[in-house]
Design a protein around this ligand. Structure first.
Ligand code: NZQ
Ligand code: ZN
Length: 391
C-alpha cells in the first residue's frame, strides 16, 4: 500500500424526506445568497424544486435560479452562471440533480471568484485558489460528484471539442442530501448508465499494480453489491433498499475510499470522454462499451487483477481452467451483466453509426497527451485498438 492522505469531509444526509431540510442545512453552513442550479426539468416535474425552494423560503434564504443544465454539460451555461453569481452576490451554490448539474455548479463556484476565464483551470493554465461553497441534492446515483473533488465540462473551440475533468479539494461539496426515493423517477436507461459509471469508478482504482488487500476486498464487495442490486431494480425499480444501496455505492465508488494507497488508472474514463464529447451519449453508456474492450486489451499484458476480478467479482469458477480462460469468462460475464441491465457493449450500436476512431484518437492526444493509464500504460496506437475492440 502506498502512503496516502484520505480527507473526504462532505457531510452526507441520507434517507427518506431529507430534501425537506435543505434550507436548515444551508443555514447551518452560513449560506447567504444561494444559487440554485438544476437541469432540464425532471426536478421541476417531480416537485423537488418546489420542495427545495419552500425549504429555502422557510429559512428566509434569498436565492437565484439557473436552470437548463444538459447532460455532458457545456461551458456556455457556466459562463452565464458566473455572470449571474457575480451580479447577484451569490455566496453558496446549491446543485439539485446529477453529475452534470453538480459539475456545472462546481465550475461556477471556481469561476465566480476568479478574475480570469474559468476555462483556464480546465486547460491547465491555472489552478483554483478559491471557490464558493457547494451543497448538493442528489437525484441520480452515477457520477459520484456529490462526494468527489472533480468536475467535468465540455467546451467547443477552434481546436475541437474538449471534455475535460479537473480536481480540487476546494470544490468537494460541503454537504450532499441523498434521498433514494428521488431516484425512483429515473428512466431505467439512466439508472443503468449510473450503475455502469459507478462500477467503472471502482475499476479505475481496482485495476492497479499496487498491493492493497483490504481496499481490494471492500472494493470487490461494493462491486458485487452494485451488480446484485442493479438486477433487483431491473425487476422492481421501486425497491427502496436496493435504491439506497445503489445510491450509497455511487458515492463510495468515487469519494476516494476505493483508491486509498493505490495507483489509479483512469484510461477507460479518458477513452470514454471522447465518445460522449463526440456523440453526446450518456457517459455510463459509453463506459459499458469501452470497459470490456479495455479489459480484454490490458489483461493480455497484465493479467493479475483481471484474473482476481473474474473470480472474486464475476464469480467465475477457476477449477480446472487456465488463466486465459478464467479472464475471458470474467469479461464475458461482465458483458452479460451490461446486457442484462439493458446496455449495449457495441460502440457502433451506441452511436448509431461508424464512430470516427481517428478523430477521437486525435482529440484524445490533444486533450490528454501521448499516453494514458497506469495499470497498463497505453500509447495512442493502443487506444485506437481499444476503440476498435469496442466497435
Ligand atoms: O436534466 P434533467 O431533466 O434533470 O434529466 C436528467 C438527465 O437527462 C435525468 N435525471 C436526473 N435525475 C433524475 C432524472 N430524471 C428523472 N428523475 C430523476 N431523479 O438524468 C439525465 C442524466 O443526468 P446527468 O446529471 O447528466 O447524469 P450523471 O449523474 O450520470 O452525470 C453525467 C456527467 O458527469 C460526468 C460525466 O462525464 C457527465 O458529464 N462525470 C463527473 C464526475 C465527477 N464530477 O466526479 C465523474 C464521472 O466519471 C463523470 O465523468
Ligand atoms: Zn465516470
Amino acid at each position: 500500500m502506498d502512503n496516502f492522505i484520505f480527507h473526504s469531509p462532505t457531510e452526507f444526509i441520507f434517507g427518506r424526506g431529507t430534501q425537506k431540510e435543505v434550507g436548515k442545512t444551508l443555514k447551518r453552513y452560513g449560506a447567504g445568497k444561494v444559487m440554485l442550479v438544476y437541469g432540464g426539468g425532471s426536478a421541476e416535474r417531480s416537485g423537488l424544486i418546489k420542495e427545495v425552494t419552500d425549504s429555502l423560503k422557510a429559512e428566509g434564504l434569498d436565492y437565484v435560479t439557473l436552470k437548463g443544465v444538459k447532460p455532458n454539460p457545456e461551458a456556455d451555461l457556466v459562463y452565464e452562471g458566473i455572470a449571474m453569481a457575480v451580479k447577484e452576490g451569490v455566496t453558496f451554490m446549491l446543485a439539485v440533480g446529477g453529475g452534470s448539474v453538480i459539475d456545472t455548479a462546481k465550475a461556477i463556484a471556481v469561476g465566480a471568484v476568479y478574475s480570469g476565464d474559468f476555462w483556464d483551470f480546465y486547460c491547465g493554465k491555472s489552478t483554483p485558489s478559491a471557490a464558493l461553497p457547494i451543497g448538493v441534492v442528489l437525484t441520480i446515483p452515477a457520477a459520484g460528484s456529490e462526494g468527489s473533488c472533480k468536475t467535468v465540462i465540455t467546451k467547443k473551440d477552434a481546436d475541437g471539442l474538449h471534455k475535460i475533468s479537473i480536481g480540487s479539494e476546494l470544490i468537494r461539496p460541503r454537504f450532499a442530501v441523498m434521498n433514494p426515493e428521488l431516484t425512483m423517477s429515473l428512466p431505467w436507461f439512466q439508472t443503468a448508465c449510473g450503475v455502469a459509471d459507478m462500477l467503472c469508478h471502482i475499476f479505475e482504482r481496482y485495476f492497479s499494480n499496487t498491493t492493497a488487500q483490504l481496499v481490494n476486498a471492500y472494493s470487490e464487495a461494493i462491486m458485487r453489491d452494485i451488480m446484485d442490486q442493479a438486477l433487483t431494480l431491473r425487476v422492481n425499480p421501486d425497491d427502496y433498499e436496493a435504491r439506497a444501496d445503489i445510491m450509497w455505492a455511487g458515492t463510495l465508488a468515487h469519494n476516494g475510499l476505493c483508491g486509498v494507497g493505490k495507483e489509479e488508472d483512469w484510461s477507460s474514463h479518458r477513452l470514454e470522454h471522447e465518445v460522449s464529447a463526440f456523440y453526446d451519449v450518456a457517459h455510463g453508456a459509453g463506459l459499458a462499451c469501452i470497459v470490456p474492450a479495455w479489459l480484454l486489451f490490458v489483461a493480455k499484458r497484465n493479467p493479475d487483477m483481471a484474473w482476481k476480478f473474474a473470480i472474486n467479482v464475476m464469480s467465475v469458477n477457476p477449477q480446472g481452467f487456465d488463466t486465459d480462460h478464467i479472464i475471458a469468462a470474467g469479461i464475458s460475464a461482465l458483458k452479460d451483466f451490461y446486457h442484462d441491465i439493458g446496455l449495449t457493449t457495441s460502440l457502433r450500436e451506441l452511436v448509431g453509426k461508424e464512430p470516427d476512431i481517428e478523430a477521437m484518437v486525435k482529440s484524445l492526444e490533444y486533450n490528454m497527451g501521448p499516453s494514458l493509464g497506469k495499470y497498463v500504460p497505453l500509447t495512442m496506437d493502443d487506444c485506437r485498438e481499444i476503440y476498435r475492440l469496442a466497435l
